[in-house]
Design a protein around this ligand. Structure first.
Ligand code: HEM
Ligand SMILES: *[C@@H]1O[C@H](CO)[C@@H](O)[C@H](O)[C@H]1NC(C)=O
Ligand SMILES: *[C@@H]1O[C@H](CO)[C@@H](O)[C@H](O)[C@H]1NC(C)=O
Ligand SMILES: CC(=O)N[C@H]1CO[C@H](CO)[C@@H](O)[C@@H]1O
Length: 321
């Protein structure tokens, strides 16, 4: 009965089936240095640019929430087709060149073995640890997707309520606790004024912060402000303390402490940094397994920015083979 059911699901929609078949150390025998090769690249970058942690966290989130964690976010648009990258919420995603560098080093060590989707996952984990966050084991074995459409990008917006945002997280199999935890990633990184301008006149923002941010946002085209105004580069629980002081920058961040459903979680994380760190590690592993491709689904891209088929076509056109 069960087997029959599974077979039917596979036949109907083979690419969207969630198969929890990721394993810690998936590359132990095929590319034993895979994780240390990625870590090296992240360490080098972090030394000169600690904002890489925020960049990778956001990239990982956007990747996993659109067609699953399949590196579809990395695909460059072509003249014929706009990829996820060119959807508005993704325009400010950064860190693509770090993924390219890790991929180049991995291809040199073990060609066509380590997926771009796993590179994003491992690099994000390493960057979080470097910024003072938890260092957790991530299961690997993801394969890279064969589709990336601008029109598929449907992410929660910064002006969502907690219940609206929860709908989007629930659709990916994540709970309210997962969502409150994952939004703790806003303990690092920045937001452009255009994403929070409406909050500057809100009675739910600390007037001192509103005054500061109004000044910041009053000049230039679309400046940025830190999402965690206290410890902006440290991966800690200060985001939750800031939110409890009405110093959340995005509307959704502030709503976490105003909405009755999420407020107790916020105050628990604000009081207890260790509980937040453990919860974050668990939630990241969960987010990292959304709709993954495993086994023989998808492919292992040689260049994270293009599907293999397209790379071969371009190479033939250039007379490379
Ligand atoms: C309801 C869910 C979420 C909403 C509405 C949201 C919204 C936003 C917005 C509007 C920005 C500013 C982007 C910019 O101005 O360039 C941002 C930045 C950021 N988000 Fe989220 N986010 C959500 C969940 C998450 C999750 C789950 C993560 C990771 C686990 C995450 C990590 C980040 C990080 C690290 C930044 C800073 C990026 C940087 O400095 O480059 N966010 N988010
Ligand atoms: C890979 O090695 C690590 C560390 O020895 C171990 O914990 C893990 O289970 C191994 N994974 C596989 C798939 O062999
Ligand atoms: C800022 O963070 C530090 C270090 O975690 C903490 O001790 C302090 O209370 C925080 N300040 C505010 C205003 O939240
Ligand atoms: C917040 C935002 O910019 N949303 C846009 C994201 O991209 C989609 C698809 O391109 C647009 O329809 C949204 O308006």
């Amino acid at each position: 009965m069960n087997i029959l059911f599974i077979v039917c699901v596979l036949v109907i929609s083979p690419l969207s089936v969630v198969i929890a078949d990721l394993r810690v150390g998936f590359y132990n025998s095929t590319c034993p240095n895979a994780e240390s090769i990625v870590r090296q690249v992240v360490q080098n970058r972090f030394r000169t640019d600690p904002s890489i942690t925020a960049a990778l966290l956001r990239m990982h989130f956007h990747d996993c929430f659109v067609r699953g964690c399949d590196a579809s976010i990395l695909i460059d648009s072509t003249q014929a087709k706009s990829s996820e990258k060119d959807a508005n919420p993704n325009l400010t995603v950064r860190g693509y060149e770090l993924i390219d560098e890790a991929k180049k080093n991995l291809e040199a060590a073990c060609p066509s073995t380590v997926s771009c989707a796993d590179i994003i996952t491992i690099a994000t984990r390493d960057s979080v640890a470097l910024a003072g966050g938890p260092n957790y084991m991530v299961p690997t074995g993801r394969r890279d997707g064969l589709v990336s459409n601008k029109a598929d990008v449907n992410l929660p917006g910064p002006d969502f309520s907690v219940s609206q945002a929860l709908q989007s997280f629930s659709a990916k199999g994540l709970t309210l606790n997962d969502m409150v935890t994952l939004l703790g990633a806003h303990t690092v990184g920045v937001a452009h004024c255009s994403f929070f301008r409406s909050r500057l006149s809100s009675p739910t923002m600390d007037p001192a912060l509103a005054a500061t941010l109004s000044k910041v946002c009053g000049s230039g085209s679309d400046p940025t402000a830190f999402l965690d105004q206290n410890t902006s580069f440290v991966f800690d629980n200060q985001f939750y303390n800031q939110v409890m002081l009405n110093r959340g920058v995005l509307h959704i961040d502030q709503q976490l402490s105003l909405d009755k459903s999420s407020a107790p979680m916020v105050s628990n994380f604000a009081k207890n940094g260790a509980v937040f760190q453990q919860s974050f590690a668990n939630a990241m592993v969960k987010m990292g397994s959304i709709q993954v491709l495993v086994g023989t689904n998808g492919e292992i891209r040689k260049n994270c920015r293009a599907f293999n088929q397209l790379q071969q076509k371009n190479a033939r056109a250039l007379g490379i083979f």
